[in-house]
Write a protein that binds this ligand. Structure first.
Ligand SMILES: N[C@H](CCC[C@H](N)C(=O)O)C(=O)O
Length: 275
């Protein structure tokens, strides 16, 4: 079986072309391939599949084998794969995901895709749609206790669940303890991705992300989008923000006129391999 290792700002994925390959047990396959000692090593597995409703279908599995609804860095890698490997000649693509159809426009350089602008769709704010257990309909700047400390979170779904926490000091927080405890907090029936954000200007922030089913990653596309929606809702930034992550910068814009979030960033192929 042929695979292609790709990443978006170091958020790395094993990509399998399921027009040609057949994966029997994706969760077990993801756990095996993503192991950084006994496998290829990656944050997750992306299956590139045919679709009856879009140009392609993306299935995304975290390194623990859990299924995810959407992946902002991964969808850019899929776009690069299908263009560079000539599965399509189109530069504007529609992709079917578990959380709905997402459209993207590829950036082309020297005949290859190097990144994309992705329409990440409508951010979901209702607690039940994230899901987050709450008496209130919206979870904005809501108190939550973890590791015997009080934090305030804002809940957003970008097709997957996120809890966004703002802090002046994100580098002093142990994501291994605090992120992990929050991921499995009882208020998140489907667990959650956790963003720790330090806003540095009305158009800039730095974030670290503890991803559901993975752990701390170098970047998270849906997480960057959730962080910007949360910072606008808390009046900490304007609608267009450069989000600095450990692996680099993403550009996020929440266009409130159409209520869609747009994400722009790179996609890189590392190597092809044979299993
Ligand atoms: N861990 C996420 C999926 C990957 C999302 C992330 N890598 C991105 O770029 O959006 C989840 O379980 O919802």
């Amino acid at each position: 079986m042929i695979f292609t290792k790709m990443h978006g700002l170091g958020n790395d994925y094993v990509c399998i072309n399921c027009f040609r390959e057949r994966v029997e047990d994706p969760p077990g396959f993801a756990r095996a391939l993503c192991d950084r000692h006994y496998g290829i090593g990656a944050d997750g597995l992306i299956l590139i599949c045919p679709s009856k409703v879009s140009d392609f279908k993306m299935e995304i599995y975290n390194s623990d084998g859990s299924v995810a609804g959407m992946c902002g860095n991964g969808i850019r890698c899929l776009g690069k794969y299908v263009y560079d490997y000539r599965l399509t000649g189109k530069e504007t693509l529609s992709i079917e995901t578990k959380s709905g159809i997402r459209n993207m426009h590829l950036h082309i350089q020297d005949g290859k895709a190097c990144g994309a602008m992705v329409d990440m769709g409508v951010p979901r704010l209702n607690a039940h749609s994230i899901p987050i257990l709450s008496e209130k309909d919206l979870v904005i700047n809501d108190p939550i206790e973890v590791q015997k400390k009080n934090y305030r979170m804002t809940g957003i779904s970008m097709g997957n669940p996120h809890a966004v926490i703002f802090s002046e000091e994100i580098n002093g927080i142990s994501l291994e303890e605090t992120g992990r405890e929050l991921e499995f907090h009882p208020r998140f029936p489907e667990r959650a991705n956790i963003e720790f954000c330090h806003v540095t200007a009305r158009d800039r922030m730095e974030i670290r992300v503890w991803e559901r089913g993975v752990g701390e990653t170098l970047a998270c596309g849906t997480g960057a989008c959730a962080a910007v929606v949360a910072s606008v809702l808390n009046d900490l930034t304007d609608e267009e923000v450069i989000v600095k992550l450990l692996g680099g910068e993403l550009s996020v814009r929440w266009d409130r006129k159409v209520n869609h979030v747009f994400l722009e960033g790179p996609a890189v192929k590392v190597f092809d391999g044979v299993l």
